[in-house]
Design a binder for this molecule. Structure first.
Ligand SMILES: Nc1ncnc2c1ncn2[C@@H]1O[C@H](COP(=O)(O)OP(=O)(O)O)[C@@H](O)[C@H]1O
Ligand SMILES: [Mg+2]
Length: 297
Protein backbone atom coordinates (compact mmCIF):
# COMPACT_ATOMS: atom_id res chain seq x y z
CA UNK A 1 0.00 0.00 0.00
CA UNK A 2 1.24 3.47 -0.86
CA UNK A 3 2.34 5.56 2.11
CA UNK A 4 0.77 8.98 2.54
CA UNK A 5 2.82 11.81 1.11
CA UNK A 6 0.39 14.67 1.52
CA UNK A 7 2.22 17.48 -0.24
CA UNK A 8 4.44 16.69 -3.14
CA UNK A 9 4.16 19.56 -5.64
CA UNK A 10 1.74 18.60 -8.36
CA UNK A 11 3.26 18.42 -11.79
CA UNK A 12 2.15 21.52 -13.63
CA UNK A 13 2.75 20.39 -17.18
CA UNK A 14 -0.29 18.82 -18.78
CA UNK A 15 1.93 16.47 -20.76
CA UNK A 16 4.28 15.60 -17.92
CA UNK A 17 3.88 11.94 -18.73
CA UNK A 18 1.77 11.15 -15.65
CA UNK A 19 -1.47 12.63 -16.76
CA UNK A 20 -3.81 9.67 -16.80
CA UNK A 21 -6.80 10.20 -14.46
CA UNK A 22 -5.70 7.31 -12.27
CA UNK A 23 -2.19 8.63 -11.85
CA UNK A 24 -3.38 12.17 -11.25
CA UNK A 25 -5.22 10.89 -8.20
CA UNK A 26 -2.12 9.30 -6.84
CA UNK A 27 -0.26 11.58 -4.45
CA UNK A 28 3.06 9.90 -4.98
CA UNK A 29 3.48 10.70 -8.68
CA UNK A 30 6.39 12.80 -9.80
CA UNK A 31 6.89 14.52 -13.14
CA UNK A 32 8.61 12.36 -15.74
CA UNK A 33 10.92 15.25 -16.60
CA UNK A 34 12.21 17.19 -13.63
CA UNK A 35 13.15 20.67 -14.84
CA UNK A 36 16.54 21.98 -13.81
CA UNK A 37 15.85 23.99 -10.65
CA UNK A 38 17.11 27.55 -10.96
CA UNK A 39 16.38 29.43 -7.77
CA UNK A 40 17.86 32.83 -8.53
CA UNK A 41 19.07 34.44 -5.31
CA UNK A 42 18.84 38.19 -4.79
CA UNK A 43 20.80 39.10 -1.67
CA UNK A 44 19.22 37.15 1.15
CA UNK A 45 16.03 36.98 -0.87
CA UNK A 46 14.86 34.15 -3.05
CA UNK A 47 12.59 34.68 -6.00
CA UNK A 48 9.41 32.61 -5.79
CA UNK A 49 7.94 33.95 -8.99
CA UNK A 50 8.60 36.64 -11.51
CA UNK A 51 6.35 38.34 -14.05
CA UNK A 52 8.32 39.12 -17.18
CA UNK A 53 6.81 41.43 -19.76
CA UNK A 54 3.34 40.10 -18.99
CA UNK A 55 0.52 41.22 -21.26
CA UNK A 56 -3.08 40.22 -20.83
CA UNK A 57 -6.14 40.74 -23.03
CA UNK A 58 -9.85 40.30 -22.33
CA UNK A 59 -10.86 39.85 -25.95
CA UNK A 60 -9.70 43.04 -27.65
CA UNK A 61 -9.21 44.92 -24.40
CA UNK A 62 -5.66 44.97 -23.10
CA UNK A 63 -5.71 44.99 -19.30
CA UNK A 64 -1.99 44.36 -18.64
CA UNK A 65 0.74 46.02 -20.64
CA UNK A 66 4.15 44.50 -20.18
CA UNK A 67 4.25 44.05 -16.40
CA UNK A 68 7.58 42.85 -14.98
CA UNK A 69 7.72 42.25 -11.25
CA UNK A 70 9.64 39.99 -8.86
CA UNK A 71 7.74 38.10 -6.15
CA UNK A 72 10.01 37.18 -3.26
CA UNK A 73 9.63 33.96 -1.32
CA UNK A 74 8.24 34.20 2.23
CA UNK A 75 7.42 37.85 1.74
CA UNK A 76 4.18 39.75 1.36
CA UNK A 77 3.89 41.80 -1.81
CA UNK A 78 1.09 44.37 -1.93
CA UNK A 79 -0.46 45.48 -5.20
CA UNK A 80 -1.90 48.96 -5.00
CA UNK A 81 -3.44 51.35 -7.49
CA UNK A 82 -6.77 52.92 -8.42
CA UNK A 83 -9.77 50.84 -9.41
CA UNK A 84 -9.58 49.31 -12.85
CA UNK A 85 -5.78 49.51 -13.16
CA UNK A 86 -5.37 45.73 -13.51
CA UNK A 87 -4.50 44.54 -10.00
CA UNK A 88 -7.05 41.72 -9.94
CA UNK A 89 -6.26 40.85 -13.53
CA UNK A 90 -2.59 40.52 -12.63
CA UNK A 91 -3.35 38.42 -9.55
CA UNK A 92 -5.67 36.09 -11.47
CA UNK A 93 -2.95 35.33 -14.01
CA UNK A 94 -0.98 33.59 -11.25
CA UNK A 95 -3.51 30.82 -10.82
CA UNK A 96 -4.89 30.85 -14.33
CA UNK A 97 -8.32 32.02 -13.24
CA UNK A 98 -8.79 33.73 -16.59
CA UNK A 99 -8.84 30.34 -18.27
CA UNK A 100 -12.39 29.96 -17.01
CA UNK A 101 -13.51 32.62 -19.50
CA UNK A 102 -13.24 32.47 -23.28
CA UNK A 103 -11.20 35.01 -25.27
CA UNK A 104 -8.65 35.74 -22.57
CA UNK A 105 -5.08 35.84 -23.78
CA UNK A 106 -1.78 35.80 -21.93
CA UNK A 107 1.52 36.87 -23.44
CA UNK A 108 4.86 36.92 -21.70
CA UNK A 109 5.91 34.97 -18.64
CA UNK A 110 5.17 34.32 -15.04
CA UNK A 111 8.11 32.18 -14.00
CA UNK A 112 7.52 29.96 -10.98
CA UNK A 113 10.60 28.90 -9.03
CA UNK A 114 12.31 26.61 -8.32
CA UNK A 115 10.51 24.77 -11.16
CA UNK A 116 11.44 27.58 -13.57
CA UNK A 117 8.37 27.11 -15.70
CA UNK A 118 6.05 29.66 -17.27
CA UNK A 119 2.71 29.54 -15.43
CA UNK A 120 0.91 31.27 -18.29
CA UNK A 121 2.66 29.26 -20.99
CA UNK A 122 1.05 26.57 -23.10
CA UNK A 123 0.86 23.03 -21.75
CA UNK A 124 0.44 24.04 -18.11
CA UNK A 125 -2.44 22.37 -16.28
CA UNK A 126 -4.55 25.17 -14.69
CA UNK A 127 -6.03 22.77 -12.13
CA UNK A 128 -2.58 21.75 -10.94
CA UNK A 129 -1.58 25.43 -10.81
CA UNK A 130 -4.58 26.22 -8.58
CA UNK A 131 -3.56 23.50 -6.13
CA UNK A 132 -0.16 25.14 -5.72
CA UNK A 133 -1.24 28.76 -5.98
CA UNK A 134 -4.53 29.46 -4.27
CA UNK A 135 -6.72 32.49 -4.07
CA UNK A 136 -8.81 34.21 -1.41
CA UNK A 137 -11.42 36.62 -2.75
CA UNK A 138 -12.86 39.91 -1.62
CA UNK A 139 -16.14 38.41 -0.48
CA UNK A 140 -15.84 35.22 1.56
CA UNK A 141 -17.13 32.46 -0.72
CA UNK A 142 -17.42 29.25 1.30
CA UNK A 143 -19.01 26.36 -0.54
CA UNK A 144 -22.58 25.50 0.54
CA UNK A 145 -21.21 22.66 2.63
CA UNK A 146 -20.13 22.12 6.20
CA UNK A 147 -17.09 23.79 7.72
CA UNK A 148 -15.30 20.44 7.60
CA UNK A 149 -16.18 19.72 3.97
CA UNK A 150 -15.04 23.16 2.86
CA UNK A 151 -11.58 22.46 4.17
CA UNK A 152 -11.53 18.83 3.09
CA UNK A 153 -12.47 19.80 -0.46
CA UNK A 154 -9.04 19.96 -2.05
CA UNK A 155 -7.88 16.85 -0.19
CA UNK A 156 -10.79 14.91 -1.63
CA UNK A 157 -10.08 16.39 -5.06
CA UNK A 158 -6.55 15.07 -4.90
CA UNK A 159 -7.77 11.72 -3.76
CA UNK A 160 -5.93 8.93 -2.00
CA UNK A 161 -6.12 10.35 1.54
CA UNK A 162 -7.63 8.26 4.32
CA UNK A 163 -10.33 9.58 6.64
CA UNK A 164 -7.85 10.02 9.48
CA UNK A 165 -5.41 11.89 7.21
CA UNK A 166 -8.22 14.20 6.10
CA UNK A 167 -9.27 14.79 9.72
CA UNK A 168 -5.71 15.71 10.65
CA UNK A 169 -5.25 17.96 7.64
CA UNK A 170 -8.58 19.73 8.28
CA UNK A 171 -7.54 20.43 11.85
CA UNK A 172 -4.12 21.64 10.75
CA UNK A 173 -5.59 23.99 8.14
CA UNK A 174 -8.18 25.38 10.56
CA UNK A 175 -5.46 25.94 13.15
CA UNK A 176 -3.32 27.58 10.49
CA UNK A 177 -6.19 29.93 9.72
CA UNK A 178 -6.71 30.72 13.44
CA UNK A 179 -10.22 29.26 13.31
CA UNK A 180 -9.91 25.90 15.02
CA UNK A 181 -10.80 27.01 18.56
CA UNK A 182 -13.92 28.77 17.33
CA UNK A 183 -15.26 25.89 15.28
CA UNK A 184 -13.85 22.60 16.56
CA UNK A 185 -17.18 21.72 18.18
CA UNK A 186 -19.27 22.60 15.13
CA UNK A 187 -17.26 21.22 12.24
CA UNK A 188 -20.31 19.70 10.60
CA UNK A 189 -22.46 22.81 10.71
CA UNK A 190 -23.02 24.75 7.49
CA UNK A 191 -20.20 27.16 6.75
CA UNK A 192 -22.63 30.01 6.13
CA UNK A 193 -23.52 30.06 9.84
CA UNK A 194 -20.10 31.58 10.53
CA UNK A 195 -19.59 35.35 10.74
CA UNK A 196 -18.08 37.18 7.77
CA UNK A 197 -14.63 37.27 9.35
CA UNK A 198 -14.83 33.59 10.26
CA UNK A 199 -15.97 32.73 6.74
CA UNK A 200 -12.95 34.54 5.33
CA UNK A 201 -10.66 32.60 7.68
CA UNK A 202 -12.45 29.42 6.56
CA UNK A 203 -11.64 30.32 2.96
CA UNK A 204 -8.03 30.77 4.02
CA UNK A 205 -8.15 27.35 5.74
CA UNK A 206 -9.59 25.86 2.56
CA UNK A 207 -6.65 27.35 0.67
CA UNK A 208 -4.13 26.13 3.23
CA UNK A 209 -5.38 22.56 2.97
CA UNK A 210 -3.79 22.20 -0.44
CA UNK A 211 -0.47 23.44 0.99
CA UNK A 212 -0.12 26.24 -1.54
CA UNK A 213 3.24 27.76 -2.26
CA UNK A 214 1.66 31.12 -3.00
CA UNK A 215 -1.60 32.57 -1.67
CA UNK A 216 -3.25 35.36 -3.64
CA UNK A 217 -5.46 37.69 -1.64
CA UNK A 218 -7.75 40.00 -3.60
CA UNK A 219 -8.89 42.70 -1.17
CA UNK A 220 -9.61 40.03 1.44
CA UNK A 221 -10.74 42.43 4.15
CA UNK A 222 -12.80 44.98 2.24
CA UNK A 223 -16.05 43.35 3.38
CA UNK A 224 -14.90 42.97 7.01
CA UNK A 225 -15.05 45.13 10.13
CA UNK A 226 -11.79 46.52 11.61
CA UNK A 227 -11.40 43.73 14.18
CA UNK A 228 -11.85 40.93 11.64
CA UNK A 229 -9.55 42.86 9.29
CA UNK A 230 -6.75 42.93 11.83
CA UNK A 231 -7.11 39.19 12.40
CA UNK A 232 -6.71 38.49 8.71
CA UNK A 233 -3.70 40.81 8.54
CA UNK A 234 -2.06 39.08 11.51
CA UNK A 235 -2.85 35.70 10.03
CA UNK A 236 -1.27 36.60 6.68
CA UNK A 237 1.80 37.89 8.50
CA UNK A 238 2.07 34.58 10.38
CA UNK A 239 1.61 32.55 7.20
CA UNK A 240 4.44 34.17 5.32
CA UNK A 241 7.04 32.09 7.16
CA UNK A 242 5.54 29.11 5.29
CA UNK A 243 4.48 30.61 1.98
CA UNK A 244 4.59 33.57 -0.32
CA UNK A 245 1.76 36.07 -0.33
CA UNK A 246 0.49 38.59 -2.85
CA UNK A 247 -2.28 40.91 -1.70
CA UNK A 248 -4.34 43.47 -3.56
CA UNK A 249 -5.51 46.21 -1.27
CA UNK A 250 -7.13 49.62 -1.57
CA UNK A 251 -6.20 50.37 1.99
CA UNK A 252 -2.86 52.19 2.11
CA UNK A 253 -2.49 51.67 5.86
CA UNK A 254 -2.99 47.96 5.32
CA UNK A 255 -0.34 47.83 2.60
CA UNK A 256 2.07 49.77 4.79
CA UNK A 257 1.33 47.64 7.88
CA UNK A 258 1.58 44.20 6.43
CA UNK A 259 3.58 44.12 3.22
CA UNK A 260 7.31 43.82 2.65
CA UNK A 261 7.17 44.96 -0.97
CA UNK A 262 4.75 47.23 -2.74
CA UNK A 263 3.92 47.42 -6.42
CA UNK A 264 1.99 50.44 -7.67
CA UNK A 265 0.02 49.84 -10.86
CA UNK A 266 -1.72 52.32 -13.10
CA UNK A 267 -3.66 51.72 -16.33
CA UNK A 268 -2.38 48.19 -16.75
CA UNK A 269 1.26 49.06 -16.18
CA UNK A 270 3.62 48.75 -13.26
CA UNK A 271 4.65 52.26 -12.23
CA UNK A 272 6.85 51.48 -9.27
CA UNK A 273 8.02 48.54 -7.18
CA UNK A 274 10.21 48.44 -4.09
CA UNK A 275 10.44 47.71 -0.37
CA UNK A 276 7.23 49.01 1.21
CA UNK A 277 8.82 51.59 3.55
CA UNK A 278 10.80 53.04 0.64
CA UNK A 279 7.79 53.21 -1.68
CA UNK A 280 5.66 54.92 0.98
CA UNK A 281 8.29 57.26 2.39
CA UNK A 282 10.23 58.22 -0.72
CA UNK A 283 8.33 57.18 -3.82
CA UNK A 284 10.48 57.42 -6.91
CA UNK A 285 7.64 58.42 -9.21
CA UNK A 286 5.40 61.44 -8.89
CA UNK A 287 2.36 59.34 -9.80
CA UNK A 288 3.04 57.00 -6.87
CA UNK A 289 3.41 59.98 -4.56
CA UNK A 290 0.09 61.42 -5.73
CA UNK A 291 -1.70 58.11 -5.30
CA UNK A 292 -0.42 57.21 -1.85
CA UNK A 293 -1.06 60.70 -0.57
CA UNK A 294 -4.68 60.39 -1.71
CA UNK A 295 -4.61 62.95 -4.51
CA UNK A 296 -6.37 60.56 -6.89
CA UNK A 297 -7.87 57.08 -7.03
N1 LIG B 1 -13.93 39.86 -17.36
C1 LIG B 1 -13.57 41.03 -17.92
N2 LIG B 1 -13.85 41.31 -19.21
C2 LIG B 1 -13.48 42.47 -19.78
N3 LIG B 1 -12.80 43.44 -19.14
C3 LIG B 1 -12.50 43.23 -17.85
C4 LIG B 1 -12.87 42.02 -17.17
N4 LIG B 1 -12.42 42.10 -15.88
C5 LIG B 1 -11.81 43.29 -15.79
N5 LIG B 1 -11.86 43.98 -16.95
C6 LIG B 1 -11.27 45.30 -17.21
O1 LIG B 1 -9.88 45.23 -17.05
C7 LIG B 1 -9.40 46.38 -16.40
C8 LIG B 1 -8.68 45.98 -15.12
O2 LIG B 1 -9.62 45.44 -14.23
P1 LIG B 1 -9.20 44.83 -12.82
O3 LIG B 1 -8.03 43.95 -13.00
O4 LIG B 1 -10.42 44.25 -12.21
O5 LIG B 1 -8.75 46.14 -12.02
P2 LIG B 1 -8.51 46.39 -10.46
O6 LIG B 1 -8.48 45.09 -9.76
O7 LIG B 1 -7.22 47.14 -10.40
O8 LIG B 1 -9.66 47.26 -10.00
C9 LIG B 1 -10.61 47.28 -16.14
O9 LIG B 1 -10.69 48.24 -17.18
C10 LIG B 1 -11.77 46.31 -16.20
O10 LIG B 1 -12.93 46.96 -16.64
MG1 LIG C 1 -9.78 44.31 -8.31
Amino acid sequence: MATQTPNPPLPLRQNAGVDTPRQRNNDSVTPAQTPEPTPPPAGDLTLKAEAKNLHFHYGKYQALKGVSLPIYKNRITALIGPSGCGKSTFLRCFNRMHDLYPNSRYQGDIRLYPDDINLVGPGIDPIAVRMRISMVFQKPNPFPKSIYENVAFSLRLRGGASRSTIDAEVEKALRGAALWDECKDRLHEPANKLSGGQQQRLCIARSLASHPEIILFDEPTSALDPKATRRIEELATDLKSRMTIIIVTHNMQQAARMSDYTAFMYLGELVEFGPTPRVFQTPAKQLTDEYISGRFG
